[in-house]
Design a protein around this ligand. Structure first.
Ligand SMILES: [Mg+2]
Length: 287
């Protein structure tokens, strides 16, 4: 597929004398005409799903991931999309769903897909995709590997979860916590090196789910009944999401790097501009 290169700020007229600009609203005049046409077509769909990666797509990169926030204009554009009926917005990220909720300060009605498609939070309900045979085998192997753990680490508790385990260390002294967590990490690295590991307060959680953002998009499409999807992302894992998009959908790459997406913008500022334009086009359809 031919990649459309970003147009940068060419043709931008927001600094022109006499041109009034609504505060906080990005200018849309610099959009690639091909992209604008694709957005206009997308806006006509019956039920639109706008699925967005967060870091590098809505939020510029920062040194500490916990400090990342969406650009104000991106957030405003999402707010505008949420006002249009038959339009759903989802944030789709490699972050755990709790971290995603926090970082995005997710608006009411926004669906969350975390851990690269291994966690969902839809309408306040947490869920995850079903385990395939390989995942089930890894959970069984981990159960075997952790069988002796409570004896080796008195006071530590193992909680079985649908897609993994949690190691609870509440009440243990700092040395014992350190030893237990180290040991748990070693076991996970040996038995299920691809598992997602999450540090909590007095708890280490891990999940073997091998979902991708593409699985997340498929599930979102089923859940919402969307008739067309815009997906925007900046990273290698976003290619899994682009791969499940079809005719009538709009894959949008944010920033540099190889991609199968036919449309590309330079980064979060232009993503915000695209979303704002889409909100305008969508609202104009009378929904
Ligand atoms: Mg990203």
């Amino acid at each position: 597929m031919v990649s459309r290169l970003p147009r940068g700020t060419r043709g931008r007229d927001d600094g022109a004398p006499g041109v009034a600009r609504a505060p906080g609203r990005p200018q849309v005049s610099a959009l690639d005409p091909g992209l604008d046409t694709a957005l206009a077509r997308l806006a006509e769909t019956e039920h639109l799903l706008v699925a967005l990666d967060f870091d590098g797509t809505l939020a510029p990169f920062v040194d500490r991931p916990e400090d990342a926030r969406a650009l104000p204009e991106a957030r405003l554009a999402v707010d505008r999309l949420l006002e249009v009926s038959h339009t759903t917005v989802a944030y789709v990220s490699g972050r755990a769903v709790d971290s995603l909720q926090l970082a995005t300060d997710a608006q009411q009605g926004v669906l969350l897909v975390g851990s690269h498609g291994a966690e969902y939070r839809f309408d306040g309900v947490d869920a995850h995709p079903p385990l395939d045979a390989e995942d089930s085998e890894r959970v069984t192997a981990l159960a075997r590997a952790f069988a002796g753990f409570p004896d080796e680490h008195p006071g530590a508790k193992i909680e079985r979860k649908p897609a993994g385990f949690a190691v609870h260390t509440r009440g243990l002294d700092a040395d014992a916590v350190f030893r237990a967590e180290n040991d748990a990490r070693r076991i996970i690295a040996d038995v299920a090196p691809d598992a997602t590991v999450r540090d909590g307060k007095n708890v280490l959680e891990f999940s073997v789910l091998s979902a991708t953002k593409g699985d997340g998009i498929d599930h979102l499409r089923d859940y919402t009944g969307a008739t067309a999807v815009l997906y925007a992302g900046d990273d290698v894992t976003d290619e899994d999401a682009f791969a499940v998009l079809g005719e009538g959908d709009l894959p949008l790459k944010s920033g540099e790097g190889p991609t199968m997406a036919p449309y590309r913008v330079s980064g979060p500022e232009e993503v915000a501009r695209v979303l704002d334009r889409l909100a305008t086009l969508r609202a104009a359809t009378g929904r």
